[in-house]
Ligand binder design. Structure first.
Ligand code: HEM
Length: 260
């Protein structure tokens, strides 16, 4: 049971405008060009950054719940995170209503800003535990761009997830075979898998959107070519074990599986 909430706000927060701090939120839009299609470009970025803030907020809670053996609460929030990633992906559908021709008309005026400089995006990857599974080059790059960010998150979702499963004394294969008796663990693994899968799907569809908007051989505003940067990010999974052990499941049921 969570503690009784208390309210800490001033009187001007007792109306819609004040509670949502809309003066601040809606004044954040600062186009750097006069092109009308820059508006949807900024709206999409802003909206995704707001959702990233929510993901970071809830990730802290999921990790804490797992550390406290509160698996039901962790499951509830982990499912939400997967749903947010599904929503995040839908942003590309809207952004693609900006034509490549329109984008080309103002892109050169964007002066070096790129999504790869999003601190929140990197923080989410770090909190999910990417440093433990990606190559050393990844951590070195994060440390160089955001010194101290990795150290801020000594306990990641990956760590909390596997530590919890270990405390329950079961293997992933056991969890899936006994899924109705171990239903809470089964849900935990499925929600973590879905979060990872949807994050991956977001990456894929961001790349398809990039191909559509600027072409696969164009230099990004962050200074990278596709083969040298974005293509490599497709190797990243937070829970590769949750993908890999599905081979064991297939083999366990008599299916043919190539050796790793
Ligand atoms: C027309 C729209 C967009 C294009 C053409 C585009 C293009 C690119 C390119 C080329 C990169 C590689 C780095 C570089 O050299 O810049 C990149 C990275 C990235 N972009 Fe976008 N982008 C677009 C929209 C967005 C939006 C709306 C977001 C929302 C936050 C976003 C988030 C990111 C992130 C997080 C990365 C780094 C990915 C990683 O490190 O794995 N992008 N983008």
């Amino acid at each position: 049971m969570s503690a009784q909430p208390t309210a800490a706000h001033s009187k001007d927060q007792h109306n819609y405008q004040g509670h949502l701090n809309l003066d601040v939120l809606l004044s954040a839009m600062r186009p750097v060009t006069t092109h009308p299609e820059e508006h949807i470009f900024l709206t999409t970025h802003h909206s995704l950054e707001v959702w990233m803030k929510q993901i970071i907020f809830d990730l802290h809670r999921v990790i804490q719940h797992l550390d406290n053996d509160e698996v039901s609460q962790a499951n509830w929030l982990l499912k939400r995170l997967g749903e947010i990633m599904r929503l995040a992906e839908a942003h590309w559908v809207v952004l693609e209503t900006m034509s490549a021709a329109d984008f080309a008309e103002y892109r050169s005026l964007l002066t070096g800003a790129s999504g790869m400089q999003s601190r929140q995006f990197r923080e989410i990857e770090v909190m999910l535990g990417l440093c433990a599974v990606a190559d050393d080059e990844y951590s070195a790059r994060v440390e160089k761009m955001w010194p101290g960010l990795i150290a801020e998150h000594p306990n990641t979702l990956r760590q909390a997830f596997f530590a919890y499963i270990e405390r329950r004394g079961l293997s992933l294969l056991d969890v899936y075979k006994d899924r109705w008796d171990q239903h809470d663990l089964f849900l935990l693994a499925e929600h973590a898998f879905e979060l990872d899968r949807r994050f991956h799907s977001w990456r894929h569809n961001h790349i398809l959107m990039v191909r559509r908007q600027i072409g696969i051989r164009a230099l990004g505003t962050g200074g990278t070519f596709f083969d040298d940067y974005l293509a490599k990010t497709l190797r990243y999974y937070f829970f590769p074990e949750l993908f890999e052990f599905r081979n064991d499941l297939t083999a366990h049921m008599g299916g043919e599986v190539k050796p790793a």
